[in-house]
Design a protein around this ligand. Structure first.
Ligand code: NAD
Ligand code: UDP
Length: 346
């Protein structure tokens, strides 16, 4: 069976993807520097699947370590999650973001070139669509991007495009995630933000377990039915399964759907949007917990509405999100109910 290197595999999306990889019979190697995670998710992934992960602690920017990993293992493909992801922090610390995300990716691609492992899936984001018309389709040009985090995603996409143009043996799939929420149905792995969460669902969860008194809803005067922003939430397990489908096509070197730069780009969303207030109401319904909130001013840079056109991945790879918004809320709730302190209470 094929061996897959998962960078950032102890993180939120990485850990869920490791479960799906192991359940599909792949050998899984994980590289993570724990800058936003710990070893505990690996233990839980192994418990859920009954299978072993080979783990390397270290930084993507450490080329000697990357060489060691590639030398010791016959790696068939890489799924590249590792990166810093907080939009606000990226505005405050742009160099850290360019160094970690951009330089880290370049180091990885160099070593992949050296060892002739040229199959990669890269975690990109809906943020690259910026101010394009809705729904966002993969053929659209980059939009106006207002922060260094989003710019690192565009730049890495472009680097991968240049690599593919330079050498036809590179096979790249870029997955643009919309808003992943939810957790594995076992309630054993989930999202564990450090400090005060930036994103909506982790904040709702903190209010649900009593860590914060209320949620601040950033603006209710948008041009949407209830005035709050609309996002395309996708269950993290659906997202993880999307990686397996993409990996299978990559390993078969199925070139269908490549753009002019020789790379495949797919949106991972549901194609449906829910407002902030709708998400709160659904969470309250499934958890039977009241989420106290107040309306505050808009957050800088927020788009009123964001949702995907998901027809390309369905047509070309046969992937479609399965879980609805209730399931996303139920599974988020189960995770936090079982682990109110995240992975820290062990
Ligand atoms: P996460 O922070 O939970 O996981 C990222 C992992 O990468 C962490 O475990 C962190 O310790 C590790 N890491 C970071 N820099 C590293 C380095 N230099 N060397 C080794 N390990 C490093 O984030 P996530 O939510 O799982 O996101 C995974 C990827 O998906 C990221 O690239 C992110 O930008 C992208 N993405 C996430 C979302 C989202 O809403 N979660 C949306 C769009 C795109
Ligand atoms: N949001 C909010 N309060 C919060 C966090 C987020 O009202 O504490 C809103 C935010 O303004 C946006 C939506 O929830 O309209 C989703 O935000 P998130 O940061 O989760 O995703 P993104 O905006 O990056 O797509």
């Amino acid at each position: 069976m094929d061996t897959v290197l998962v960078t950032g595999g102890t993180g939120y999306i990485g850990s869920h993807t490791c479960v799906e990889l192991l359940n599909n019979g792949y050998h899984v190697l994980v590289l993570d520097n724990f800058s936003n995670s710990s070893f505990e998710p690996i233990k839980r992934v192994e418990k859920i699947t009954g299978k072993k992960v080979k783990f390397y602690e270290g930084d993507l920017r450490n080329k000697e370590l990357l060489r060691k990993i590639f030398k010791a293992n016959n790696i068939n493909a890489v799924i590249h999650f590792a990166g810093l992801k907080a939009v606000g922090e990226s505005c405050a610390k742009p160099l850290e973001y360019y160094d970690n995300n951009l330089y880290g990716s370049i180091a990885l691609f160099e070593i992949m070139n050296e060892f002739n492992t040229k199959k990669i899936i890269f975690s990109s984001s809906a943020t690259v669509y910026g101010n394009n018309p809705l729904p966002y389709g993969e053929e659209m040009p980059y939009g106006i991007i207002s922060n260094p985090y989003g710019r690192t995603k565009c730049m890495i996409e472009q680097i991968l495009g240049d690599l593919s143009k330079s050498c036809s043996s590179w096979h790249t799939i870029i997955l643009r995630y919309f808003n992943p929420i939810g957790a594995h149905q076992s309630g054993m792995i989930g999202e564990e933000p450090q400090g005060i969460p930036n994103n909506l669902m982790p904040y709702i969860l903190k209010v649900a377990v009593g860590d914060f008194p209320e949620l601040k809803v950033f603006g209710d005067d948008y041009e949407t039915p209830d005035g709050t922003c609309i996002r395309d939430y996708i269950h993290v397990v659906d997202l993880a399964k999307g990686h397996i489908i993409a990996l299978k096509s990559l390993l078969n070197s199925n070139n269908q759907g490549k753009n002019s730069e020789g790379i495949n780009i797919y949106n991972l969303g549901t194609g449906k949007g829910y407002s902030v207030l709708e998400l709160i109401k659904t969470f309250e319904k499934v958890s039977k917990i009241k989420i106290k909130y107040s309306i505050t001013q808009r957050r800088d840079g927020d788009l009123p509405i964001c949702f995907a056109n998901v027809s390309k991945i369905e047509r070309e790879l046969g992937w479609k999100a399965k879980y609805n918004i209730e399931a996303m809320c139920e599974d988020s709730w189960r995770w936090i109910k079982n682990n109110p302190r995240g992975y820290k209470n062990v």
